[in-house]
Design a protein around this ligand. Structure first.
Ligand SMILES: [Fe+2]
Ligand SMILES: [Fe+2]
Length: 141
């Protein structure tokens, strides 16, 4: 196994790439004006995976990282706080989909995708740094 394969950054980045693919599927379904059922299924898959991912970061990864590297707590707390905003925006998009305004929902999901991609990039950058710090601390013991 590549030593980096068991890093937290690797595990989170893998989940991010799966979410990116689901964002693309949901957006494509909306843009191609697929049947409402197909759009609903793609959006439902994305929402479930996103909620599971956010919960895993909130309850598993970030509390462990805060304990391991308390110096990063303020940034980790800010990332967790951003999750509530993402959950709320996703709920709003779902409500827009139900209001028979596909254009509005599609634009909102595209904006959500961009904001979430920036969130993913900040997380991966921070996690890479924490992984490196933890590896360095382990090797100097
Ligand atoms: Fe996150
Ligand atoms: Fe994430």
């Amino acid at each position: 196994m590549n030593p980096k394969d068991d890093s937290i950054e690797h595990a989170v980045a893998e989940q991010h790439r799966r979410l990116d693919a689901m964002f693309a599927e949901a957006l494509a379904a909306m843009r191609e004006s697929a049947a409402a059922d197909a759009i609903g299924e793609a959006f439902g898959r994305l929402r479930d995976a996103l909620e599971a991912h956010l919960a895993q970061e909130d309850r598993l990864y970030y509390p462990s990282l805060c304990a391991l590297r308390p110096v990063h707590r303020p940034v980790l707390d800010a990332l967790v706080a951003a999750h509530d905003g993402f959950r709320a925006r996703l709920g709003e998009i779902e409500a827009q989909m139900g209001r028979q305004d596909p254009g509005e929902a599609e634009r909102a999901l595209a904006a959500f995708c961009s904001a979430f991609a920036a969130h993913e990039a900040s997380e991966e950058k921070l996690l890479k740094r924490i992984d490196a710090e933890v590896a360095e601390a382990a090797s100097s013991r």
